[in-house]
Design a protein around this ligand. Structure first.
Ligand SMILES: Nc1ncnc2c1ncn2[C@@H]1O[C@H](COP(=O)(O)OP(=O)(O)OP(=O)(O)O)[C@@H](O)[C@H]1O
Length: 268
């Protein structure tokens, strides 16, 4: 039976020691991870360490080979798909549309979990889409074909679509990888605002450890599918830990202005 106390402490998402293999070797190994409502978590680690796969498992896109992912205490694969789509937005690393959709149509896809097969988009849906385009500074592409805009523009449009979805949680796979400096910071600011003002839970795979330490309250460091360290940026971004995981010498500097960490490879 669920008590008031257990309800308040129940994480939004919980991985219960999950493992997953695409072929025979697991790429996610016995990962236990709780993500509480309102957290801003960065998933970091070297190429191929399992960041994308773990996020796909947490989003319910992939199913673990062993153990479960729980969404609000319930096996994510037994949750109603429509309700889940209203609650969790997944933003993948690669974006390609199989049909020549316009940007505005891609953003409107964020509203689909709220529509039935027989209802058309209403005024409020168009208003939500308009605001999401504005927030991500993509209104100027609205009438262009999604497949004909740049990789960085696509990333911002996909964020607009996720904003239009009005989810409880956003899981993002390297959303800044194709963005220039201005839009990297802009996108992270938007995520920060969604998190701090609307309590949207954010889990984001990132390679940029400086930006990760600047925006994420918690970092989960993976190596070969296992969680090596999970904690506040100052606990995770330590010289010995990073050198062991990334197999390279590093120097770490603290930016006293905002408390973030700058990681410089030794001998670079
Ligand atoms: N669809 C797939 N089929 C088979 N193997 C896959 C597939 N996707 C990923 N892998 C493998 O699973 C492992 C983990 O990949 P994953 O993409 O989760 O890592 P990652 O940490 O996100 O990597 P990166 O930082 O390079 O994006 C890698 O060895 C990768 O080659």
């Amino acid at each position: 039976m669920t008590t008031a106390a257990s309800t308040t402490t129940q994480p939004l998402l919980r991985a219960e020691g999950i493992s997953f293999a695409y072929d025979k070797d697991p790429v996610v190994r016995e990962v236990s991870l709780d993500i509480a409502s309102g957290e801003f978590v960065g998933i970091i680690g070297p190429n191929g360490s399992g960041k994308s796969t773990l996020l796909k498992l947490m989003a319910g896109i992939l199913e673990p080979d062993s153990q479960r992912v729980l969404f609000r205490g319930r096996d994510i694969h037994s949750c109603n798909r429509k309700q889940l789509a209203q609650s969790i937005a997944w933003i993948p690393q690669e974006h390609h549309m199989p049909f020549p959709f316009k940007v505005s149509e891609v953003v409107m896809m964020g509203r689909h979990p709220y529509l039935s097969a027989f209802t058309f988009e209403g005024e409020s849906d168009f208003e939500i889409v308009r605001r999401a385009l504005e927030q991500t500074q993509t209104s100027m592409f609205a009438e262009r074909l999604f497949n004909e805009i740049s990789g960085g523009e696509k990333q911002r449009v996909m964020l607009a679509s996720a904003i239009a979805q009005e989810p409880e949680a956003m899981l993002l796979d390297e959303p800044t990888s194709a963005l220039d400096l201005k839009y990297q910071v802009e996108l992270l600011r938007i995520l920060n605002d969604l998190n701090s003002k609307q309590n949207v839970t954010i889990a984001v795979a990132m390679h940029d450890l400086h930006l990760a330490s600047k925006y994420c309250c918690r970092l989960v460091l993976l190596k070969q599918g296992r969680v090596i360290k999970d904690g506040a940026p100052e606990e995770v971004l330590q010289k010995d830990i990073l050198e062991e995981v990334y197999e390279i010498g590093v120097n770490i500097y603290r930016d006293e202005a905002d408390g973030s960490f700058l990681i410089s490879p030794e001998g670079a």
